[in-house]
Each structure stands twice: as structure tokens, then as C-alpha cells.
Design a protein around this ligand. Structure first.
Ligand SMILES: [Cu+2]
Length: 165
């Protein structure tokens, strides 16, 4: 009889352990939304897609040159290319700046500088592309990205921008 009681206790503890496993959060579950239901232990959760960024933009855009000396410069130049901080002209740019820094965007052609996603915390638009060009000062106040950007007129002018803390 004593042995049976011991066996029941062990089985009870094992079942308890399983239940706790089921309640343990899965590492793949995203933290910024309500938790989805956990799949059984050892199986991936159904909710593995990132939640949409519904935050308001942290990028301020002002027409004209940045006050003083800009932290960075981005020019849309002939050949449908970007030139960042005076470097090589390329149609695809990978840009990394620090939070709080600004980028002075200039072009004399019909280009603009805009995030592909026009919603979310890292979204921006330098202005409408107009013949004759534009100058705008964009200040990236918070870390984020990488965010895809493009010129809205030329599909081959693309890039990604990362804002480090
Ligand atoms: Cu363009």
C-alpha cells in the first residue's frame, strides 16, 4: 500500500511538471502584443510574425537646410543614385546613424527620400518629388530600424536606414 501511494505521488508530480511546461512562455513569442496561446512543449507557437509597428513617427522633417552643420548629408544625384556623407554614388545605400542626429537631404532633380512604410515609429518623407529639387532636414530622434527607404519616383533608388541608440 505504501508503494502505491509513493507511485501516485510521483505520477502526480510528473503531470504537474508538464502543466508548468505548457505555461512557460515560448522564446519566439513577441513581447509587444498580447501573448498568443502557447503550443504544446516542443512545438513552435503559431504566432511567430512580428507585430505591426503602430507607433507614431519619431522622425521630424523640416523644409530647408539643417541649422548649423548637419550631422549627415544625403544627396539624390544624377544617375538615379544616392550619395551619403559625400561618399560613393550608389543606387542602393545602407545608412547607419545615431539617435538624435539629423540628415540634410538635397537634390536638384525630381527625387525624394522616404521610408517605404509610411506608418510606424521609423517613417518619414522628405517631401513631394518636384522638378527643381528640394532640401529638407530630417531628425531621427529615436533608435530603430533597419527601415527600408526609397525615392518614390525611381524604384531602383532604395536603401536601408538604421538608427542606433
Ligand atoms: Cu529618384
Amino acid at each position: 500500500m505504501k508503494n502505491i501511494i509513493l507511485l501516485v505521488s510521483i505520477l502526480g508530480l510528473a503531470a504537474c511538471g508538464d502543466n508548468l511546461n505548457g505555461l512557460r512562455p515560448d522564446a519566439r513569442e513577441h513581447q509587444d502584443g498580447p501573448p498568443g496561446p502557447d503550443a504544446p512543449p516542443g512545438q513552435p507557437d503559431a504566432d511567430t510574425t512580428p507585430d505591426a509597428d503602430t507607433g507614431t513617427s519619431t522622425v521630424t522633417v523640416a523644409a530647408g537646410a539643417c541649422p548649423g552643420t548637419p550631422d549627415h548629408t544625403l544627396a539624390a544625384v544624377s544617375g538615379m543614385a544616392w550619395q551619403f556623407d559625400g561618399g560613393a554614388s550608389t543606387q542602393v545605400q545602407t545608412i547607419t546613424i545615431a539617435a538624435g542626429e539629423n540628415i540634410e537631404f538635397t537634390t536638384t532633380g525630381m527625387h525624394n527620400f522616404a521610408s517605404v512604410l509610411q506608418t510606424g515609429s521609423l517613417s518619414w518623407r522628405s517631401g513631394d518629388p518636384v522638378s527643381g529639387g528640394q532640401t529638407a532636414c530630417l531628425t531621427f530622434t529615436a533608435a530603430g530600424g533597419p527601415a527600408a527607404f526609397h525615392c518614390e519616383v525611381h524604384a531602383i533608388m532604395t536603401g536601408t536606414l538604421t538608427v542606433t541608440p
